[in-house]
Design a protein around this ligand. Structure first.
Ligand SMILES: O=C(O)CCC(=O)C(=O)O
Ligand SMILES: [Fe+2]
Length: 279
């Protein structure tokens, strides 16, 4: 239940809500219950106008579950719970600049993240989200039935490894964990652990192939699914403002950090919440 002073607006027909008038520093149990299902149902909820210290950000995150410490991103030295998603004026490549869902390379992928805008460019730097419920719903009954029987392989070795995608970029030095190896096999269609809805669970960044298929065999079907997933009315745009917080669910959505603000600094603080094995 929300007070009359709280306003809620959808960001797109299938994905995302924007909320004004909530104070996450002193959120009550009934508001948390509303927020938990709003995030699971809509993939992402943006709460505007929050003025949280790092301690308050951590305290809010702990209300969602255990913190999942990201092994690759730079961390805030004073607060190891907080990963720094940041780009400097002189850097060209950003973190998260391709469609993905966080940590799908883990056997128990993170439930979601709580991202807080600390420093924003004068314009640009939006984050796009896409609903994986809508992606599933858009498929034919025949394809849904086939995909229900399939599993897919996920890893981050080609992203964060010594020869990975970031190794060749101007932000290579910010990452840690180059020797970490990740490998997980998840169902292609999952039943969301709390909403009970079916969702597509493959993504262009970390899914390498279908289990039992070669990469060459997998790519055409994966690419078809990816194109469906980001069909136009299935994507919402979150335009950040100072104090905006986004809480997203990695099982219900993908996201993509736009990299259209070269020459400006953007600093986001991310806390990731642990999840569970998916079925
Ligand atoms: O910077 C952003 O908007 C999102 C980056 C990202 O992918 C993440 O924090 O997981
Ligand atoms: Fe991400």
């Amino acid at each position: 239940m929300l007070a009359d002073t709280v306003s809620v607006r959808p960001l797109s027909p299938t994905c995302g809500l924007e909320v004004e008038g909530l104070d996450l520093r002193q959120i009550g149990e009934s508001e948390m219950t509303w927020l938990r299902s709003a995030v699971a149902d809509n993939g992402v909820v943006a709460v505007r106008g929050q003025d949280l210290s790092p301690e308050q950000h951590i305290a809010f995150a702990r209300q969602w579950g255990e913190i999942d410490y990201n092994r690759f991103f730079p961390i805030n030295e004073l607060y190891p719970e907080i990963a720094l998603v940041q780009k400097e004026e002189n850097q060209k490549v950003n973190i998260g600049g391709g469609w993905h869902t966080d940590h799908s390379y883990d056997v128990e992928p993170a439930m979601g993240s709580i991202l807080l805008a600390r420093e924003l460019p004068p314009s640009g730097g939006d984050t796009l989200f896409a609903s994986m419920y809508a992606a599933y719903d858009s498929l034919s009954d025949g394809l849904k039935a086939t995909l229900e029987t399939m599993r897919a392989v996920h890893t981050a070795d080609h992203i964060y490894g010594h020869d990975g995608a970031y190794a060749k970029t101007d932000i290579a030095s910010i990452f840690r964990g180059h020797d970490e190896h990740t490998l997980a096999v998840h169902p292609v269609i999952i039943t969301h652990p709390t909403s009970g809805r079916k969702a597509l669970y493959v993504n262009p960044s970390f899914t390498t192939r279908f289990d039992g298929w070669t990469r060459e065999e997998s790519l055409p079907l994966l690419q078809y699914l990816y194109a469906q997933a980001i069909a136009q009315d299935n994507v919402c745009t979150l335009q950040w403002k100072p104090g905006s917080i986004a809480i997203w669910d990695n099982r219900a959505s993908w996201h993509f950090a736009k990299n259209d603000y070269h020459g400006h600094r953007r600093v986001m603080h991310r806390i990731t919440i642990a999840g569970c094995a998916l079925s």
